[in-house]
Design a protein around this ligand. Sequence first.
Ligand code: CO
Length: 224
Amino acid sequence: MHPLDPLLRNNRAWSEKIRQENPDFFPTLSRQQAPTYLWIGCSDSRVPANEICGLLPGEVFVHRNVANIVVHSDLNCLSVMQYAVDVLKVAHIIVCGHYGCGGVRATLLEQKFGLIDNWLRHVQDVMNKHRPHLTCIADSAARVDRLCEFNVIDQTISAAQTTIVQSAWERGQPLALHGWCYGLDDGLVRQIGIDISSPDELKQAIATDWEKNTISLYEPEASP
Ligand code: CO
């Protein structure tokens, strides 16, 4: 048996199940996609956008990289954003980090892995901004989680500052950005309090002292 055989078997079963429930599903989707959301998340295998949010193929446009970073020189991320906003006209951009992120932990512990260390310099920039605050957190796992949140905040602001989002707002296109952090140990998303849908809200987010917000203590509302 080929090592990839189980995956192909799963794929056939999955396709069959969806077609039985809705014979038009794939033919309709193959003609067009009209997702409402753009997801910018970590590449971590435990944080798959569709599964976490219960979304079907066609419902979320996805960009993932290590530590969910948005930098203005990354043509890959910018191209995904530009296509999602200008062509697909998504209404929401979700920047989703996750607690216990390996990229964030490596940055805090100053671990060296090679080429990726250069990419993680962007998380180091976030860490340096909050160094005294982070040093005061005794528990090392909590320190990683806190930096995961600060990283989401900075990357959400960075996404809002792109020419893509700025131009969308200038022409009056509704577009909101949201910062989330996902818990690997309970499968729950935390909204961490950063939601930006206009230049004024962006200014406000930049002016906010995020160290004063006890974001980690936020508990998701119990489901009804
Ligand atoms: Co990660």
